[in-house]
Design a protein around this ligand. Structure first.
Ligand code: NAX
Length: 330
């Protein structure tokens, strides 16, 4: 591994799927300083498959044309080893969508191979302080595969994105209660970035008052929970394309808070479990977390009631099944 960078040298950031929709928003936010801060230069490496390298080169040309003061340089690669050499922060966005007639398990295997190779390349060349955020679906299990393939790097450096689910929950609560998302505390989304996810307001407050006392229980269970979980599908139906700028914005929030901390505020991140709340050790699971000193701390000691337990368990079950398929790759 190469040495980590100081704040005077550019942070090396690799984004995969660089010619895709999410990257078209994400790259500009990173290059504008929204993740690493307004003083920190960045060097971007764009990784694509050979067929999309030319399109990624077009994206790199537009980045150059933006004359962003913090953008130190841009490389376009189709070679994974070269793309992750010296990387401090990787956003693994590129993935293969589910093809016609393909089962979820087929998709998992096809994507698993991508993340297996990328994990090995990160293991071989990343900087000591590397942080890896998996966005490409199935994000939790792709992150599981990536950390397993990068055995020399501590597994807590590998996360999956569930901040979009978290932000969707805050936004929906804000619209319902006429509040800004920032006025809510202690909202969390447990589990998998899929339909089984559990957006939870058990501990939440709005302007310091218990949220559960302010929302209608039927709305919470019958509308809020399923609508947050299925919001991605709703966006596709209305927009005609999947979430892109909101996913990029959530990825920015996640990496920024991972690096700079959350000042005690709860957010949601999918992180490798050390069996907290009965989750199988090693599954990459969405938890309430606090960012502190450059790392996530899972909020511990919460009491789980009989409404929450089966919802958390459904996610454990689903991720266990995905991990079984993923384990066949090793
Ligand atoms: P696009 O299809 O626009 O772009 C994906 C890009 O990845 C393509 O340009 C493709 O060539 C590239 N790619 C495929 N395999 C690659 C590989 N091995 N190495 C490098 N690049 C590769 O998809 P986009 O809308 O950008 O979405 C990307 C991924 O994010 C999808 O898997 C999508 O399902 C997932 N999402 C995850 C979300 C989350 O909250 N975790 C929400 C948004 C999004 O649905």
């Amino acid at each position: 591994m190469t040495a980590s960078t100081s704040s005077h040298t550019p942070v090396r950031v690799t984004v995969t799927g660089a010619a895709g929709n999410i990257a078209y928003s994400l790259l500009w936010r990173i290059a504008a300083g929204d993740v690493f801060g307004p003083e920190q230069p960045v060097h971007l490496t764009l990784l694509e498959i050979p067929d999309a390298v030319r399109a990624a080169e077009g994206t790199a040309m537009e980045l150059a044309d933006s004359a962003l003061p913090l953008l130190h340089g841009v490389d376009v690669r189709d070679d994974q080893r070269a793309a992750f050499e010296g990387v401090n922060a990787a956003f693994l966005v590129g993935a293969k969508p589910r093809g016609k007639g393909e089962s979820r398990s087929d998709m998992l295997e096809a994507n698993g191979k991508i993340f297996l190779e990328q994990g090995a390349a990160i293991n071989a060349g990343a900087a000591e302080d590397v942080r890896v955020l998996v966005v490409g679906n199935p994000a939790n299990t792709n992150a599981y595969i990536t950390y397993k393939a990068a055995g020399d790097i501590p597994r807590d450096r590998f996360n999956a994105l569930m901040r979009l689910d978290h932000n969707r929950a805050l936004s929906m609560l804000g619209q319902k209660l006429g509040a800004s998302p920032a006025e809510f505390s202690k909202v969390a989304v447990w589990g998998n970035h899929s339909d089984t996810q559990f957006p939870d307001i058990t501990y939440a407050t709005l302007r310091g008052e218990r949220l559960a006392d302010q929302v209608d229980r039927d709305w919470y269970t019958g509308e809020f929970i399923p609508r947050v979980a299925k919001r991605g599908g709703e966006i596709i139906e209305v927009r005609g394309k999947s979430s892109a700028a909101s996913a990029a914005s959530a990825a920015v929030d996640h990496m920024r808070d991972w690096v700079h901390g959350t000042d005690g505020r709860w957010v949601t991140a999918a992180v490798p479990s050390a069996s907290e709340y009965g989750v199988d050790e090693g599954l990459v699971f969405g938890y309430p977390v606090v960012g502190r000193d450059g790392a996530w701390e899972i909020v511990e000691g919460l009491e789980i009631d009989e409404f929450q337990r089966p919802r958390i368990d459904a996610n454990i079950e689903a991720l266990r099944g995905e991990a079984e398929v993923a384990n066949r790759l090793f």
